[in-house]
Design a protein around this ligand. Structure first.
Ligand SMILES: Nc1ncnc2c1ncn2[C@@H]1O[C@H](COP(=O)(O)OP(=O)(O)OP(=O)(O)O)[C@@H](O)[C@H]1O
Ligand SMILES: [Mg+2]
Length: 316
């Protein structure tokens, strides 16, 4: 398997379209839909490919929609390892309302996953050779136990690999009880993790340092949308703003950011550069409409203009 393996337990076909105006009761005539294979881990794998890297995407898929999903991934040329399930892969709907220039994202629940199906994913990861980073991103479908990422943390450790988690709530909490390499919450997700309504930048750094001291993770990247991100290690805090751009769609920004960071980690980059590359990748994704991810040329252009500032953790 590739050095980077992504895991997607709740993949979805993202169906994007546009409509003149969203109004109730009337038949809304939509433009030709564009279908793309979505879901956290797969998005990370697709973004890694856009950035010129490779990974293996391990994911669950089933039914006709599952076959469609496999076909879409195949068309993109991704290395993958699919675990067949008896349920049907979900399909999400993303609609751009041209009258307001607002995007509506409708997410469907995933199929119920059977025990032998999720167990098979873990088995594939357990047996994979040559893996350095496992990236798990996205929500859990019904049937998957809430401690799945904690189980994954244990597997990753046994393999001497590093686990990067981009998820939220109880599954994230339980994995952190076990200890993971990196997590990438946004401010809202970190607030929830910390058990408070809202965290400001300074409190977020303090909360991250507390989690790191307790062994929840080694590195935390707190993403803040257009305000950029902070990367926090035991000893340092790195900060960088996002470049100001004309955003078209933020779908996949978080996943692309994770892709940029894991790829630069496999290249042995310094923390400040890892953060900048993640921000450049995330921001480049916002330049494209719908669910389209980043273009490498945009990422490289944005990266050059970014500066990351290293602040001593005690003075951050
Ligand atoms: N409006 C924006 N302008 C510039 N950059 C952006 C914008 N939104 C997101 N980004 C870039 O993408 C990164 C990740 O975005 P964000 O903090 O919104 O993640 P997220 O909440 O996890 O997103 P997602 O909904 O994809 O999970 C940001 O740190 C930033 O670099
Ligand atoms: Mg996110």
């Amino acid at each position: 398997m590739e050095k980077i393996v992504t895991l997607t337990l709740n993949p979805a076909i993202d169906k994007s379209t546009t409509v003149k105006a969203i109004v109730p009761d009337k038949k809304l005539r939509c433009a030709d839909p564009v279908f793309e294979p979505g879901g956290g881990g797969v998005n990370v794998s697709r973004a890694i490919r856009k950035l010129g890297g490779t990974s293996t995407a391990v994911y669950l898929a089933g039914g006709y929609s599952g076959k469609h999903y496999e076909h879409l991934l195949h068309e993109e040329g991704l290395n993958s390892n699919v675990v067949e399930i008896s349920g049907h892969t979900r399909e999400n709907l993303i609609v751009m309302d041209e009258s307001s220039n607002l995007q509506y994202r409708f997410g469907m629940p995933g199929p119920r996953i059977k025990e032998h199906e999720w167990q098979k994913c873990l088995q594939i990861l357990e047996e994979a050779q040559g893996v350095e980073y496992i990236v798990a991103s996205g929500s859990l479908p019904e049937g998957v136990p809430v401690d799945i990422f904690a189980k994954l943390a244990a597997i990753t450790r046994r393999k001497n690999a590093r686990l990067i988690l981009d998820t939220s709530g109880e599954p994230l909490k339980q994995a952190m009880d076990d200890g993971v390499f990196m997590i990438k919450p946004n401010l809202g997700e970190l607030s929830a993790l910390h058990g408070v309504e809202e965290l400001h930048r300074e409190d977020a750094i303090e909360a991250a340092q507390q989690i790191i001291r307790q062994g929840g993770c080694e590195v935390m990247v707190i993403s803040m949308g257009p305000s950029g991100a902070m990367l926090i290690t035991r000893d340092n805090v790195y900060q960088s703003p996002s470049p100001t751009v004309k955003r078209k769609s933020t779908v996949g920004a978080g996943d692309t950011m994770v892709a940029g960071m894991v790829l630069s980690l496999t290249r042995g980059w310094e923390w400040g550069d890892v953060l900048k590359y993640g921000i450049a990748a995330g921001t480049a994704t916002t330049l494209n409409a719908g669910t389209e991810l980043c273009k490498l040329a945009d990422v490289e252009k944005l990266y050059k203009h970014l500066k990351s500032v290293k602040v001593d953790a005690h003075f951050a």
